[in-house]
Design a protein around this ligand. Structure first.
Ligand SMILES: [Zn+2]
Length: 98
């Protein structure tokens, strides 16, 4: 009987630890989950300033764009649109993080 109890406990422990391992697989945030309706974390972008208007991204990012493998944050869609018209001229103003 004791053996049976020990076996049950062992099985319970094993299944609990299996569940634990499964639950530690955290969901990673992927770029495709980002849409224009959400606000962005400044940690997600590579620039410190909105290249179009010069506003610091810490003031708030409402849109982002990819440029040369970097993610750029913009205070508004209008700024993103004007950046996309001439990114080469404005990229220096983005003050990319090192
Ligand atoms: Zn702006």
């Amino acid at each position: 009987m004791r053996f049976f109890i020990a076996l049950v406990l062992l099985v319970t422990l094993l299944s609990t630890s299996c569940n634990f391992v499964t639950s530690t697989k955290t969901v990673t945030v992927e770029d495709k989950s980002i849409d224009s309706t959400k606000t962005y974390d400044i940690a997600l972008v590579n620039n410190t300033k909105d290249p179009a208007c010069g506003m610091p991204v810490t003031a708030g990012i409402s849109d982002t764009a990819h440029y040369n493998g970097k993610v750029l944050g913009f205070c508004s869609t209008e700024c993103k649109v004007s950046f996309k018209k001439d990114p080469a001229a404005l990229i220096a103003a983005a003050e990319l993080k090192k």
